[in-house]
Design a protein around this ligand. Structure first.
Ligand code: ACO
Length: 327
């Protein structure tokens, strides 16, 4: 008998500290009006002091396990998608598995920019449908404000911090992981990158002086690609799933820019109430944006027992992906 993978628990956590557009006006030459009309963002959350990704993840995972009715010892593996782990190594996943007393389970981080959560769900589907695991945790987390260039008004107004997690099981009921699509194009990688800190340009006084440990982004180029990639990912995931546009109940997409979300919704011919949007509250939380939105949508009843949900994302790499969920 063929096996399926189901989302049986969702959770998220964001830092308490709120940074409004009025606060951003004090940091760079910008305005609430510009940020709101160009991006849809009104405020974002920012971690303070030494708070790191693992701190946000621990709470998000506990919330997801609670909804699933799981004890830490029920979890057979945890994977964390992030570009802002606590350390280059050890992995944030291993730190969280230890902190939450999950035992000596497989735990690793992986990186696919803002697409990481969808990449993670596709890995979970493979692990669970093949019988390698029965119960695992998939996390998307980023603390982009730790690597934001606060002198660059074209990017610093976009980012916020947060974590989202799902518990994925071989046993329903829950949101069944359906058709998917994923891809990448490294030839476009230079348009969105952190230049310093890796093996190419290891940390040095020079990399710090040149601000190379912060995000470099060619916004206009990414925007153009994002609209096409999101549309493509949705259509290919729907086709693989055998689902038509008219049968979609809700779009939960990466929250990077309201105009990109609107373009994706138009391509799917969705009504405004069929699109989950929280970018106004959190900005772009990178790998965390879809699992945060999914958790909020589920807990606010925007997702019901019979919902067909489309997930879509794009991000650094460049990467892109889509997945269909059936509740
Ligand atoms: N406030 C006021 N003016 C600004 C600001 C600001 N914060 N930022 C840029 N401007 C100015 C520019 O200087 C430019 O002025 P000019 O015409 O005098 O040269 C003007 O506004 C227009 O700039 P554009 O860059 O063309 O503005 P655009 O409409 O493209 O919006 C934005 C910029 C919001 C960054 C958009 O391109 C975007 O959202 N791109 C996608 C970014 C993205 O999604 N990245 C996600 C990846 S994150 C990850 O994977 C880790």
């Amino acid at each position: 008998m063929s096996r399926n993978a189901y989302i049986v628990g969702t959770g998220h956590h964001v830092p308490e500290h709120v940074v409004t557009n009025a606060d951003m006006e004090k940091i760079v030459d910008t305005s609430d009006e510009w940020i709101t009309t160009r991006t849809g963002i009104k405020e974002r959350r920012k971690v303070e002091g030494s708070t790191a990704s693992s701190d946000l993840v621990s709470v998000a995972v506990q919330n997801a396990m609670e909804m699933a009715g799981w004890k830490p010892s029920d979890v057979q593996g945890i994977i964390v998608g992030t570009v802002t782990p606590d350390y280059p190594f050890p992995s944030t996943a291993a730190l969280v598995a230890d902190r939450l007393k999950m035992g000596n389970i497989p735990a690793y981080d992986f990186e696919a920019g803002c697409t990481a959560f969808i990449y993670g769900l596709i890995q979970a589907k493979a692990f669970i449908e093949s019988g390698i695991m029965d119960r695992m945790i998939v996390v998307g987390v980023d603390c982009l404000t730790k690597i934001t260039n606060w002198d660059d008004r074209g990017s610093c107004i976009l980012f916020g911090d947060g974590a989202g997690a799902v518990a994925v099981s071989s046993e329903g009921p829950g949101g069944r992981l359906g058709g998917w699509h994923w891809g990448s194009d490294g030839s476009l990688g230079e348009h969105l990158m952190q230049i310093g800190g890796g093996s190419k340009n290891p940390a040095s006084h020079g990399t710090v002086d040149r601000n190379e440990h912060t995000i470099f982004m060619n916004g206009a180029r990414i925007f153009k690609h994002a609209v096409r990639a999101m549309h493509d990912s949705c259509m290919k995931a729907l086709e693989q799933d055998g689902t038509e546009k008219k049968d979609v109940d809700l779009l939960v997409s990466h929250q990077a820019n309201l105009r990109i979300i609107d373009a994706t919704a138009r391509a799917l011919e969705l009504e405004p109430e069929q699109v989950y949007i929280n970018i106004q509250k959190y900005g772009n939380t990178s790998a965390a944006s879809i699992p945060i939105a999914l958790d909020e949508a589920y807990r606010s009843d925007a997702i019901r027992e019979t919902s067909t949900v489309v997930l879509a994302a794009f991000g650094a790499g460049l990467t892109w992906g889509g997945m269909i969920l059936h509740w």
